[in-house]
Every structure is written in structure tokens, then in C-alpha cells.
Design a binder for this molecule. Structure first.
Ligand SMILES: NC(=O)c1ccc[n+]([C@@H]2O[C@H](COP(=O)([O-])OP(=O)(O)OC[C@H]3O[C@@H](n4cnc5c(N)ncnc54)[C@H](O)[C@@H]3O)[C@@H](O)[C@H]2O)c1
Length: 360
């Protein structure tokens, strides 16, 4: 068996219905009667995907124990079950009629995962295995999993394709790679239609009508929201870890993807999921930006001078992480609509000003 690259397997197929509105084949349900479980739906990305699923007419149950999520990010039109993914079998019963599971729930801080690895294995891997067991027992046909660029570690090729060497440099990435592997086995042995989406750096915010959903991790470890905290006067300065990398300005290069673009890929992935296969797609823009380029855009958008301090390199930080999302574009028909840093920083700042600063 080939592990964790491209498309694997052609096992038996469980029953399934169509997710994306308007894509239903003649004679089939048009997507309005699809029932989905979203784990981690009170978090940054899961809350945005929940709204898009509801907007597409689907029924959504959110499973989130709120250990790092936000009650106010929960969609009023979704049912919220406040419980851990370890107890997913309570909700995913054979009679509950779920058509799919989107699995976002996880602990996500790479640095913390090196200090408390047991917590990360227990939550991210043991919890996901409990969820996969419940999915199988309930006969749920498909599952989409939030994997990560962290599974690749220090890349041996750029841009990074799905079949690149997987060698995580932190426990967080390893816990996610283990789940990717479990999904491959599950698809091949038991017919699950599985999709892993390997996100690169997710940024921006979802602003639609009176809905505003953005990034609020505590502690925050992501560059753009930290830079916005500096711009808002909540931090004194921004630390850049290393300016002697072999990149155009010496700072690390990362690939950023807007959360709304990422969220749309989940609906496409649900439709593309095929029984007995584990499909794996990288999601990034294929454009790298250096940390200094991010700082420049944050300065432009916020009008703040943003004091910066160069700190020593952090262990395990690769110089450059840029995705090839060619497979997602070709097979899912996914095209990012907000690919620029200005789009992402602009939306993140709009969210931060109106929903973090004004409400605290
Ligand atoms: N944010 C990024 O840039 C990024 C990049 C790559 C991958 N990812 C992955 O995307 C997913 C979502 O990330 P996010 O930024 O929205 O994180 P987040 O911390 O905002 O959301 C995670 C949610 O999962 C919930 N949760 C955690 N463990 C749980 C458990 N055992 N049972 C029930 N709920 C639980 C939390 O309460 C929270 O609401 C994660 O799986 C993460 O690994 C994120």
C-alpha cells in the first residue's frame, strides 16, 4: 500500500449524497438534505466552513468541547454538542443519518506540542481514531480531515507536492501524519471516502453580512494576528525569528491561504470524496511571502509603524514552505479568489478592529 500521497485505494463504497449545490446528478437529491458533523466548529477554520455549509442549505451538527474554541463563533443555525471527539460515538450513531464528517478539532501549537507531546497524541491522534471508529460503526460514507503542511517538515522539494517526503519536525505534525495514515488504511480496508486537506498558513477572516469570523488563538502563534496585536497596541513589538536564511531578505518564506478560499475547498472535497479512496490535497497559493513582506503589508494596511526585533532562528523552522496546489486545482476545480496578502491582512484587520478590539 502506498502511504499518504496522491490518491490511494479502490475499496468498497458506502452510500453517499451530493454536497455542492447544483451539482446533483439527474434524479438525485440536490444537496439540501445532507447532514454533516463538523468537529472543531467553534474554532477559526471550522466555524467558517460551518457557515458555508449552512449557506449551501445543509444541516450541520458541531461537535466541540470549547477547549480552545469560542462559543460566539458557533453558528446559531447549527446544533452544538459540547463534547470531545473521544466521545463522538454518542452523536455518530447508526440512526443519526450523517452523510459526512469534517474533522477540524485539534490542538495546533507546534511549539507546545514539543513540551506536552502526550497531550497532543491523546487529543489529536487518539481522539481522531475514536472519531474514525465511530464513523465506521455508524456507516458514515465520507470524512474530510484537516491535515497540515507540518507533515512535510524540512522540504526536500519546492513547491511541495503531496507525494513529497513526510518528515515532521514537531509532535504536532507527527500527530497529524498518523491520522493521515489511519485514514488511508480506513479507506482501503473499510471503504471510507476520505480526504485529507493539508493546509499551509491560513489567514484572513470571513466577513459576510453580519457574520464575522476570524483568528483568535490563545496564545497566538501565527505571524499575521501577532502583527495585528502590535498594530493594535497590545504587544510592544514583533519578533522575527532569524534574518539569515537563504531567502530574498533573509527571513522565512511561507505560503498563505485565505480562510474563505480554504473553506470553499472543503465543500469541493466533500463532493470529490470517493468510496474506498483516500485523497490528499495541499492547499496554499503557491506563492511564498517572506516574514518581512508580511510586515510591510501589515504596516500599509494598519498605518502602524510596527516595531520589529530580529531574534535568533527557532529550531525546526524551515527556510521556505510553499505548496503546490496543482492537484487541488486540477481534481477539485479549486481556484483561490483572495490570493494576495493585502486581501488576507485587510480582512484579518477588519475583523480584529471590529470584533476583538471593540468588544473587549
Ligand atoms: N490555522 C492554521 O493555520 C492551520 C494550518 C494547518 C492546519 N490547521 C488545522 O486546521 C484545524 C483547525 O485549526 P484552527 O486554526 O481553526 O484551530 P482552532 O484552535 O481555532 O480550532 C480548533 C477547535 O477544535 C476544538 N477542539 C480541540 N480538541 C477538541 C476535542 N478533543 N474535542 C472537541 N473539540 C476539540 C477547539 O475547542 C477549537 O474550537 C486543526 O486541525 C489544525 O491542525 C490549521
Amino acid at each position: 500500500m502506498e502511504w499518504v500521497g496522491g490518491v490511494v485505494g479502490s475499496g468498497p463504497v458506502r452510500r453517499r449524497r451530493v454536497i455542492t449545490k447544483g451539482h446533483a446528478p439527474a434524479g438525485q437529491a440536490g444537496g439540501n438534505d445532507v447532514k454533516l458533523l463538523v468537529t472543531g466548529g467553534a474554532g477559526f477554520i471550522g466555524s467558517v466552513v460551518t457557515r458555508m455549509l449552512l449557506d449551501a442549505g445543509h444541516e450541520v451538527v458541531v461537535l466541540d468541547d470549547l477547549r480552545t474554541g469560542h462559543r460566539e463563533a458557533l453558528a446559531p443555525d447549527a446544533t452544538h454538542v459540547e463534547a470531545s471527539i473521544h466521545d463522538a460515538a454518542r452523536i455518530l450513531t447508526p440512526d443519526a443519518g450523517f452523510d459526512g464528517v469534517l474533522h477540524f478539532a485539534a490542538l495546533i501549537a507546534a511549539g507546545e506540542s514539543m513540551v506536552k507531546p502526550e497531550v497532543y497524541w491523546q487529543n489529536n491522534t487518539v481522539g481522531s481514531l475514536a472519531l474514525i471508529n465511530a464513523v465506521r460503526a455508524a456507516g458514515v460514507p465520507r470524512m474530510v480531515f484537516s491535515s497540515t503542511a507540518a507533515v512535510y517538515g524540512n522540504p526536500t522539494e519546492l513547491p511541495i507536492t503531496e507525494t513529497a517526503v513526510k518528515a515532521p519536525t514537531n509532535t504536532y505534525g507527527a500527530t497529524k501524519l498518523a491520522v493521515d495514515m489511519a485514514l488511508t488504511s480506513e479507506a482501503v480496508a473499510h471503504g471510507l471516502a476520505a480526504v485529507s486537506l493539508r493546509y499551509f498558513n491560513v489567514a484572513g477572516a470571513h466577513l459576510a453580512g453580519d457574520v464575522a469570523l476570524g483568528e483568535r488563538h490563545d496564545p497566538e502563534t501565527h505571524l499575521i494576528p501577532i502583527a495585528l496585536e502590535v498594530a493594535a497596541g497590545r504587544r510592544e513589538k514583533l519578533q522575527l525569528f532569524g534574518d539569515d536564511y537563504p531567502t530574498v531578505d533573509g527571513t522565512c518564506v511561507r505560503d498563505y491561504i485565505h480562510v474563505a478560499d480554504l473553506a470553499r475547498a472543503h465543500l469541493l472535497a466533500l463532493d470529490a470524496a470517493t468510496g474506498g479512496q483516500h485523497r490528499i490535497y495541499n492547499l496554499g497559493n503557491g506563492n511564498g511571502f517572506t516574514n518581512r513582506q508580511v510586515v510591510d503589508v501589515v504596516r500599509e494596511v494598519t498605518g502602524h509603524q510596527l516595531p520589529v526585533e530580529v531574534a535568533p532562528r527557532r529550531e525546526g523552522d524551515p527556510a521556505e514552505l510553499v505548496a503546490s496546489s496543482a492537484l487541488a486545482r486540477d481534481e477539485l476545480g479549486w481556484v483561490p479568489r483572495k490570493p494576495t496578502l493585502h486581501d488576507m491582512v485587510g480582512d484579518a484587520w477588519a475583523f480584529y478592529r471590529t470584533h476583538v478590539l471593540e468588544q473587549s
